[in-house]
Design a protein around this ligand. Structure first.
Ligand code: PLP
Length: 416
């Protein structure tokens, strides 16, 4: 895979071609840049094809409907869903998790039931369950993260007949890969089902790095965001297994999701429409379809995962040369496909380092990364995170590491 050639497909990196230093963007776990093909698909829609969907009985309206439903089909094929109807468009991962908590969760979780999460959840997969637990009297339990190996500690031991839902990250936004393998995760899901639990997978950090097969995993719900996989913001996906559709009420109510309405009653259209009230983000869904067209060829062969692993290995090699740096989960990173690294530095606040790198045209993330309980459990308050994407190059890593060295020396000198 030639990442330098791929970078040229992204206007962001060409727009400032004459500026120096060239931007180095390694905050891909937060959001990714968009290739020209995604931008074109959106501009083309608004320029030539704009109309509302599932409403207009004229060519333009019917054409927009076809494009939107084609995007749904692309998503279904992308995650190997059995049916297009299992794909619900949302505004993002956060929306998808709140959707499940407030619909299926409110109907099926009762006082004393256990909602099983992990210590490594993003706030998006923690706060909706905290709220549901407060509302229902359910209990939250957490699979622990081993502070040395950074893998889950005996997840199977947490399963029991009291666990009604497992809502768990597919990949951590702080430490990356966290499951031993995809087949181990599938076995865990199978065991959860044996205990009578349903399973929601937060795949926000997985979806742009490795292909997902939701049928093999057999998750009941799976969520992700378009903007983390080279697509637009404002669009996300909630996969709901078909067998559950009739057990889940609509999240919101309004136009486009009814079968029949009288002044006092309404009946719902079948899924996915009953779950998509109002005008959906049509152009963004089409943009997500274009992002899948762009990304999918790189996921079906292991070249992207390999490329990101190589960049990660090189980064770790450099960081290890500075003994004031502590990498979160060093051993873990050596053993698994990775695309992100979080670290702390003696006597240097992560925000100061990130601000310094910002002055050098380098975008990294710093802070508690919306995973404050995990960061605190690891005995930290904040970390710096480098996360790679398809357009990052070895040159990016070299320039980044030189800047990290300079920044740390400068900031440590200021402190002494
Ligand atoms: N889950 C994980 C693991 C994430 O990393 C993020 C965002 O960083 C989210 C959920 C929330 O995604 P969004 O803000 O797109 O809804």
């Amino acid at each position: 895979m030639n990442s330098a050639t791929i970078k040229k497909l992204f206007p962001f990196f060409n727009a400032g071609a004459s500026t120096h230093p060239k931007p180095i963007y390694v905050d891909n776990a937060a959001t990714t840049h968009k290739p020209q093909s995604v931008l074109d698909s959106i501009i083309n829609f608004y320029t030539h094809q704009n109309a509302n969907i599932h409403r207009g009985l004229y060519d333009l309206g019917e054409g927009a409907t076809v494009l939107y439903e084609q995007a749904r089909q692309k998503v279904a094929q992308f995650i190997h869903a059995k049916k297009n109807e299992e794909i619900i468009f949302t505004s993002g991962t956060t929306h998808g998790i709140n959707f499940v908590a407030q619909t299926w969760g409110k109907q099926h979780i009762k006082k004393g039931d256990i909602i099983l999460l992990s210590q490594a959840e993003h706030h998006a997969n923690l706060l909706p369950w905290q709220q549901l637990a407060h509302e229902t009297g359910a209990i939250l339990d957490f699979i622990t993260v081993d502070p040395v190996t950074y893998m889950f500690v005996d997840p199977l031991e947490k399963l029991s007949s009291r666990v009604k839902l497992v809502a768990i990250t597919h990949e951590s936004n702080v430490i990356g890969s966290i499951w031993q393998s995809e087949s181990y995760l599938a076995d865990f899901i199978a065991q959860a089902h044996q205990c009578g639990a349903h399973v929601l997978l937060d795949s926000a950090q997985r979806v742009s790095h490795q292909s997902i097969n939701v049928q093999k995993l057999n998750a009941d719900f799976l969520v992700f965001s378009g903007h983390k996989m080279y697509g637009p913001t404002g669009i996300g996906v909630l996969y709901i297994k078909e067998a559950l559709h009739s057990h889940i009420p609509p999240y919101q109510k309004g136009g486009g999701m009814v079968h029949a309405v009288s002044y006092h009653h309404a009946t719902w259209a079948p899924a996915p429409h009953k779950f998509e009230a109002g005008t959906p983000p049509i152009a963004s869904a089409i943009g997500l379809g274009a992002a899948i067209d762009f990304l999918q060829p790189h996921l079906t062969v292991p070249d992207l995962a390999l490329h990101e692993q190589n960049l990660t290995t090189l980064l770790i090699h450099y960081l290890n040369q500075n003994d004031t740096i502590t990498i979160l989960g060093q051993a873990h990173h050596n053993a698994h496909d990775q695309h992100l690294v979080s670290f702390s530095v003696n006597n240097v606040h992560a925000h100061d380092l990130a601000s310094f790198l910002g002055t050098q045209g380098i975008a990294v993330r710093a802070g508690h990364l919306c995973a404050q309980p995990l960061i605190n459990t690891l005995g930290l308050e904040s970390v710096t995170r480098i996360s790679f994407g398809i357009y990052n190059t070895i040159d990016d890593v070299v320039a980044l590491c030189t800047a990290i060295d300079t920044g740390i020396t400068l900031l440590q000198r200021l402190k002494s």
